[in-house]
Design a protein around this ligand. Structure first.
Ligand SMILES: [Cu+2]
Length: 151
């Protein structure tokens, strides 16, 4: 005999999943070049996401211009791990408030530093709120570098 509480929990779970699916599906995703825009039902831009591909040859595009508040996703398309991080190797302190010593602390999500190697097919995202020209590199291969210009 199935307990009434179990049935209620199952129904609630199904409603939560259905609700989550509804919210995911109302957004309209527009993709053009390296830019993905997620547009709400009112046409407002919720987020402007730019993609930088990391391969064993470097970052592409190596110079990217974005707007304040844009999120950059570094996608590893190579066969080795890559670790994007603010200049300058090895301290990573050029981007405001960034510092490799904050990796593993509660401030890790606020610094421009993946804080670990990103595996092939995995990605690292960072949202830029500071205007400027921000150099970065691959901490595991410091000869690979790029620049993000935030306007
Ligand atoms: Cu480094």
């Amino acid at each position: 005999m199935v307990n009434g509480k179990v049935v209620a929990a199952l129904i609630i779970s199904i409603l939560i999943i259905a609700g989550a699916y509804f919210f995911v599906s109302i957004g309209n995703i527009q993709q053009s070049g390296n830019s993905i825009k997620v547009v709400g039902t009112g046409g407002s831009v919720l987020n402007n996401e730019k993609v930088i591909e990391m391969t064993d040859a470097g970052f592409s595009p190596s110079i990217l211009t974005i707007s304040v508040g844009d999120t950059v996703t570094f996608v590893n398309k190579g066969s080795e791990e890559h670790w994007p991080a603010s200049a300058v190797h090895p301290t990573h302190t050029v981007y405001p408030d960034s510092n490799i010593e904050k990796c593993g602390t509660s401030e890790e999500s606020k610094i421009f530093d993946a804080c670990r190697g990103v595996a092939p097919d995995a990605s690292y995202k960072f949202t830029f709120y500071e205007k400027g020209s921000w150099g970065y590199h691959d901490h595991l291969n410091a000869g690979l570098f790029g620049k993000i210009i935030v306007e």
